[in-house]
Design a protein around this ligand. Structure first.
Ligand code: FAD
Ligand code: NAI
Length: 474
């Protein structure tokens, strides 16, 4: 039996960051993760590193280069003959990027003296004011600790009657491994994965149709921003059908056939070579043996935690996708850090009001704080200011003028309540808004700050000025 101060089960962004922070705080820490690379070796980093954030961004980058070369280089006077895409090479690059991240985490474990176990971690029993944990994998180990952090993540949700085979019906895993550009690609769910993966394969030449159950596009996004994004995606040729009801899904030699009714009730059949199902994710507690210690789960299978990530068991904490809240890597990381600090008697804190969201499409969509529709529903008096990238010099020079920055501020105090961006590098621009909101800045604070020229960030300053109806360049 090996004894540790803290055992972390799961080595995704929630788990591996919790382990590193706990080790920094002087604890003797073990992290157990079962993810295997193609050779059966350890591949820490979880969904995010292996089949999520990192590989999807690698493919978005490759496909965006292809799109630029095919459609936009000419306007710069750059001529190309025989443009082609080598999909296996693109996938190999993506795999290299993933491996660099896996290796980086193993290096960080060594550097911080975190003991890593490759295998499945499961509860055995509560004993001596702590917990016995079994590691099953290449080698079996028995561990114990007074504190356990569960960070076992989530899995893709399948449609009833259409299990993932990762050949024709794909989860995010298969969607990141398609070996050649499909002629026709179908997706169910126009959420974050649907839009990102749909964009990758559309840019590479697939005819992409996304079937979405809800009548509104990106319902959680500020309506004005979602409308602008929808317009841009439609112009690019991404077909998005809203308000559909998906019926029977059949696979055959020719691909996948999806029966569905549209928003008006008319029946259709969509025939595609491959189908990606991206209808959300479910918390993963498979193999954790939660019952052995009475760890409480909710009806969705998520581990029940309080605001501080405490479970119903003393000394057992849970973070990331396996608990409530947005399923985002940076949210998981912040919770991991906060829990390690709480175990050390510090006051770890996560501000859920300032967790940013980014959708890495082109244009990118990013936001933090409340949307206009949320403020209206809450009856909060607010002022809005927008600034279009069309009027920004850097955006014109980049040749990417789609979209806008939008500020929402309290009508009386001018405190920033939400910032919403659709446009180039929204993923980077949103950081300024997060900082501003963390410091409870007013729109005027941002409007008075000197922003470099020419830069996209000037659109942020101008949108803040727009709250007071005094833009300078529009
Ligand atoms: P995970 O990353 O799922 O890690 C859990 C780990 O625990 C896994 O390695 C798993 O194998 C391991 N595990 C589970 N059970 C056990 C056990 N019993 N014993 C040992 N190990 C176990 N989020 C963003 O913020 N930005 C993005 O751009 C982004 N892109 C995404 C793209 C896709 C296609 C997908 C699917 C997700 C994306 N996400 C993104 C979401 C992000 O991946 C998750 O929010 C994040 O990975 C959650 O981290 P986690 O540590 O909670 O869980
Ligand atoms: P999602 O929740 O973003 O979107 C799912 C979509 O599917 C919704 O629009 C929903 O209305 C629709 N849907 C659900 N059931 C349906 C049905 N039966 N028929 C038709 N439509 C249906 O989930 P998604 O895209 O699977 O991603 C999962 C999570 O992974 C995201 O919520 C996010 O937390 C994370 N993620 C984050 C990324 C980022 O930060 N850039 C990128 C990709 C994923």
């Amino acid at each position: 039996m090996k004894n540790f101060d803290i055992i972390v089960i799961g080595g995704g962004p929630g788990g591996y960051i919790a382990a590193i922070r706990a080790a920094q705080l002087g604890f003797n820490v073990a992290c157990i993760d079962e993810w295997k690379n193609s050779k059966g070796g350890p591949a820490p980093g979880g969904t995010c590193t292996n089949v999520g954030c990192i590989p999807s961004k690698a493919l978005l980058q490759s496909s965006e280069h292809f799109e630029q070369a095919g459609h936009h280089f000419a306007e710069h006077g750059i001529g190309l003959k025989d443009l082609s895409i080598d999909v296996p090479k693109m996938l190999a690059r993506k795999d290299t990027v993933v491996k660099q991240n896996n290796d980086g985490i193993l290096y960080l474990f060594k550097k911080n003296k975190v003991t890593f176990f490759h295998g499945r971690g499961s509860f055995v029993k509560a004993a001596d004011g702590g917990y016995g944990i079994k590691v099953s994998g290449a080698a079996e180990e028995s561990l114990s600790a007074k504190q356990v952090i569960v960070a076992t993540g989530s899995n893709a949700r399948a449609l009833p009657g259409a299990p993932f085979d990762e050949e024709l019906i794909l989860s995010n895993d298969g969607a990141l491994r398609i070996g050649g550009v499909p002629k026709k690609l179908g997706l169910i769910g126009s959420g974050v994965i649907g839009l990102e993966m749909g964009s990758v394969w559309r840019r590479l030449g697939a005819d992409v149709t996304i079937l979405e159950g809800l009548p509104t596009f990106l319902g959680a996004v500020d309506e004005q921003i979602a409308k602008e994004a929808h317009k841009a995606f439609s112009k690019q040729g991404l077909k998005i059908e809203l308000g559909v009801k998906v019926g029977e899904i059949k696979t055959g030699k020719k691909g996948v056939s999806i029966a569905y009714s549209d928003a008006k009730g008319a029946e259709h059949k969509l025939e595609v070579d491959k189908l990606i199902v991206s209808i959300g994710r479910v918390p993963n507690t498979n193999g954790l043996n939660a019952e052995a210690v009475g760890l409480q789960l909710d009806e969705r299978g998520a581990i029940v935690v309080d605001d501080d990530c405490r479970t119903n068991l003393p000394g057992v904490w849970a973070v990331g996708d396996v608990v409530r809240g947005p399923m985002l890597a940076h949210k998981a990381e912040e919770e991991g850090v906060a829990v390690a600090e709480r175990i050390a008697g510090q006051h770890g804190h996560v501000n859920f009001n300032t967790v940013p969201w980014v959708i890495y499409t082109s244009p990118e969509i990013a936001w933090v704080g409340q949307t206009e529709q949320q403020l209206k529903a809450a009856g909060r008096a607010y002022k809005a200011g927008t600034f279009p990238f069309m009027a920004n010099g850097r955006a014109r020079a980049l040749g990417d003028t789609t979209g806008m920055v939008k500020f929402l501020a309290d009508a009386a105090t001018d405190e920033i309540l939400g910032v919403h961006i659709v446009g180039p590098f929204a993923s980077e621009l949103i950081a300024e808004a997060v900082v501003a909101m963390e410091f409870k800045a007013s729109a005027e604070d941002i409007a008075r700050i000197c922003h470099a020229h020419p830069s996209l960030s000037e659109a942020t300053k101008e949108a803040a000025l727009a709250v007071d109806k005094r833009t300078l360049n529009f």
